[in-house]
Design a protein around this ligand. Sequence first.
Ligand code: HEM
Length: 190
Amino acid sequence: MNELKRQTAPLHTALESRVDILSEDLSLERYKFILQKFYGFYLPLENQIASQNGFEALNLDPAPRWKLPHLVSDLEKLGFSATEIEALPVCPDLPELNALAQVLGSMYVLEGATLGGQIIRRELRKRPELGRKGWFDFYNSYGDKVGTRWKEFCAALNRYGQAHPAVETHRAVVEGAAQTFKKLDGWLAV
Ligand code: HEM
């Protein structure tokens, strides 16, 4: 876990600057745009993760961790119809996740984002244009269980790391995470 964090830290910093959600002058339009972009990335990526085998052995069920329902809920509360949501553009350039190791690396990025989400939600609630409405399901994906869910995920990833000590496997986890950071960054840039 330490190595994963260390190696992807610069990518996290880059993405944090790209997602200008904490900017003082964040408009409602920009907030909506960022949510739509996340929707277009999480939809195909979560599908890709769902098609992977091998989670049972790790005692890790990805299904209760999907963030897509939260993104849909936020968009609906912002006035998007189901048809409009279904028509949103979807990212065509996803990370290459050919093995469980890479999938777990990718999940590390999506799970870790819930930690920053806590801070983002707290800040957004202070914004006059956004705060009153309280549509922050995505940035509050696990409610008060964020810490517990993160620890459970880290424990599963560590179990996997111990069961597969080969350097190549550990590299593949980092590669899955790095690609996920980079592809999301690229998708947010267009
Ligand atoms: C403005 C946007 C963001 C802010 C302010 C932010 C902030 C944070 C904070 C405060 C942490 C917790 C650090 C700790 O407790 O050690 C964190 C962790 C993390 N964030 Fe972000 N984040 C942002 C965006 C994102 C995005 C968009 C992603 C990925 C989709 C992401 C992925 C991660 C990951 C993987 C971790 C876990 C790092 C680790 O402990 O291994 N973050 N972030």
